[in-house]
Design a protein around this ligand. Structure first.
Ligand code: SF4
Length: 499
C-alpha cells in the first residue's frame, strides 16, 4: 500500500488527531508527536488512524490513546506539565562553562579543532585576573548548576590558573550554593602524581582522547616526545585504579574518553572498541570529524563522506551490541542519549540534541584573552579568523550577553520548529540544532537541513535505532534498557566549601 493510497486527503479527520509526523520504518509507519510519544502502525492501521475509524476496546485505539495521538483523549494539563519538565532548561541560563586556559599544546594532532601554539607561547595563557572575572560571570547564570570544563590547548599547561579557578569557584559557591562541578579535557601528557592527587581530591572529572589502538592513535595524535597512546592508556589505567581505591563504583567512575573518527579509522571499528574495553571504558562516543580548526584544513587526508561515517557508526554499534550479547557491558553514548529520549522520555540536556540548541543559553566559551563565545565550537570558528560567534568579553554584563541581538538570533536559528524540514520530521521531538555547524558548513545560522550533513547524520542514526526498536528483539531491547538507565555521578558534585 503506497502512501498515496493510505492518505486519502478527503477522508482525513484532522480534528480528531493530535498533530503528528510520520516516516516509513521497515514495513510500518513510525508516528510521533511533539510530546515525544511514538508508535508503529501498519499501512492499514495508519489509514484507520487518520480517518478516525478506531473504536474503544481495539488494541490500536488504546495504543493511540496511550501515545497521545487522539485529540479528545489528551490530558492537556498532564502533557503541559510533562513538556514543561522536559524543557526545563529553557527556564534558566547556561550551565556549561568551557574555559580555554591556554592555546599552548605539546601535541600536534592532525585534526585539532583548536588554534594551538607551541609550548613557549605563555602569552596565550589565561591570566588569574581574567579567570576570576570569568568565574564571576559564570556564577551569574540563572541555572541552578555551574559546570566548569577546562579546555585548551592543553589545559594542564596552565596549572596554576586551573587550580586558582577551582579554589575561587568553590569559595564563591559557599554563597551561591549551585550544583558545582569541574571537568578537565586533557591529553594527559603533562599529568603527574601531584596533579592527579589534587584533581582527585577536588573531584575534577577527567576526560581524554583515545583514538583506538596505538598505530591509529599515534599516527594522528602526534607527540614528539614519545607515544601518546602509551601515555594516555597508562594514565587511564592508573586513574581508574585510583577511583577503585577510593571505593567508587568502577562501573560508573572512570576516565571518560572519546575517539575522533578519521579516514584511517573507518575500517577499524573493532580495534577501537576493543581498545576502549581493554582500558576499562564502558562507554564509547564515536565522534565525527568536525568542520572546525585543523580538522577543516586536514579534511583532504583525514576526511570522508557522511555516508562513510554512518556505515562506520552502524558497524561499530553492531559490534558493541554483539559484545554485550557475549557479556561485555559497553555502550555507544550517542545511541544511548537518543534511546533515552525515545524510550525513556528523558531529556539529558545533551546540547547537540536539544531545541533550541545549546549556543549561548546552554553553554558559553571563555577564551584566554577574556573573549566570550556562544560555545566551544563558536571559539573554534573564531580560531579560523571569524568572530561571528563572539558575544562579548568577561567585562560585559551577564544580562547583555544573554539578551543581545546576536544571542537571540542564535537561539531562534537553533529551533527545530523554525526549520522547514524539521517541522515535518518524525524525529523532531528528539533532535536538535547546532548553529555553529550550520554556519560553518552552509554559511547560515539556520542552514538547510535538506542538504545538511548534520541532519543526514542524525536522521541516519535515528533510522538505524528506530529500525531496531521496531523489530523489538528482546535481547537488544534489554541491552538498550541498560544503556538508558540514568546513573547520576554524584561524586563529582562539589560540597559547599566553608566560608
Ligand atoms: S535535523 Fe534532520 S533529523 Fe533532525 S529534526 Fe531536522 S530534519 Fe529531522
Amino acid at each position: 500500500m503506497s502512501l498515496a493510497e493510505v492518505v486519502q486527503l478527503s477522508k482525513v479527520k484532522a480534528d480528531a488527531l493530535v498533530p503528528f509526523n510520520h516516516r516509513k520504518v521497515g514495513d510500518r509507519y513510525l508516528l510521533s508527536n511533539d510530546f515525544g510519544d511514538h508508535t508503529f502502525v501498519t499501512p492499514k492501521e495508519f489509514q484507520r488512524f487518520i480517518q478516525a475509524e478506531t473504536r474503544p476496546g481495539e488494541e490500536l485505539h488504546e495504543r493511540l490513546i496511550a501515545t497521545n495521538l487522539l485529540a479528545e483523549h489528551v490530558d492537556v494539563k498532564l502533557q503541559a506539565a510533562r513538556w514543561r519538565k522536559k524543557k526545563q532548561y529553557l527556564f534558566y541560563g547556561p550551565t556549561l562553562h568551557a574555559f580555554v586556559l591556554t592555546h599552548r599544546c605539546n601535541h600536534g594532532c592532525q585534526y585539532c579543532h583548536s588554534s594551538i601554539v607551541g609550548m613557549e607561547r605563555t602569552d596565550t595563557d589565561m591570566s588569574i585576573e581574567t579567570a576570576e572575572r570569568a568565574v564571576d560571570l559564570a556564577f551569574q547564570t540563572t541555572s541552578p548548576g555551574v559546570s566548569i570544563e577546562f579546555q585548551g590547548g592543553e589545559p594542564l599547561a596552565n596549572w596554576e590558573v586551573l587550580q586558582h579557578i577551582v579554589e575561587y569557584s568553590r569559595q564563591k559557591n559557599a554563597l551561591a550554593g549551585k550544583a558545582l562541578s569541574f571537568s578537565l579535557v586533557t591529553n594527559l601528557s603533562l599529568m603527574d602524581d601531584d596533579k592527579l592527587d589534587y584533581l582527585l581530591d577536588r573531584k575534577v572529572q577527567l576526560c581524554t582522547s583515545l583514538d583506538g589502538p596505538a598505530d591509529l592513535h599515534d599516527k594522528i595524535r602526534i607527540y614528539k616526545q614519545g607515544s601518546s597512546h602509551e601515555l594516555v592508556t597508562g594514565w587511564m589505567r592508573k586513574i581508574n585504579q585510583r577511583y577503585k581505591d577510593m571505593g567508587l563504583d568502577p562501573n560508573l567512575y572512570r576516565v571518560e574518553a572519546l575517539p575522533t573518527i578519521t579516514r584511517p579509522a573507518l575500517t577499524r571499528w573493532r580495534d577501537i572498541v576493543d581498545t576502549y574495553v581493554s582500558v576499562g571504558c564502558r562507554a564509547v562516543f564515536m565522534r565525527k570529524l568536525d568542520p572546525f580548526g585543523f580538522a577543516a584544513r586536514s579534511a583532504k587526508t583525514l576526511g570522508y563522506s557522511m555516508d562513510d561515517f554512518v556505515a562506520f557508526y552502524i558497524n561499530a554499534v553492531e559490534y558493541i551490541i554483539e559484545l554485550n550479547k557475549q557479556g561485555t557491558q559497553v555502550m555507544e553514548r550517542h545511541a544511548a542519549i537518543m534511546l533515552a529520549k525515545i524510550l525513556d522520555d528523558a531529556e539529558p540536556n545533551y546540547l547537540d540534541l536539544r531545541t533550541p540548541g545549546g549556543a549561548c543559553i546552554g553553554q558559553i566559551g571563555y577564551a584566554p584573552d577574556g573573549s566570550i563565545y556562544s560555545s566551544d565550537e563558536g571559539r573554534f570558528v573564531a580560531s579560523m579568523g571569524d568572530e561571528m560567534f563572539k558575544l562579548g568579553t568577561v567585562n560585559d554584563s551577564y544580562d547583555h550577553l544573554m539578551t543581545n541581538a546576536q544571542t537571540r538570533a542564535m537561539v531562534m536559528a537553533g529551533l527545530n520548529d523554525g526549520q522547514p524540514d524539521c517541522v515535518s520530521c518524525v524525529y523532531k521531538p528528539w533532535c536538535g540544532q547546532q548553529v555553529e555547524y550550520n554556519y560553518k558548513t552552509q554559511g547560515s545560522l539556520h542552514g538547510r537541513m535538506r542538504d545538511s550533513n548534520w541532519c543526514k547524520k542524525h536522521k541516519s542514526i535515528f533510522d538505524y535505532l528506530m529500525a531496531k526498536v521496531e523489530r523489538g528483539d528482546p535481547e537488544e531491547m534489554r541491552i538498550f534498557e541498560r544503556w538508558t538507565t540514568n546513573r547520576v555521578l554524584d561524586h563529582f558534585l562539589q560540597e559547599r566549601a566553608p566560608l
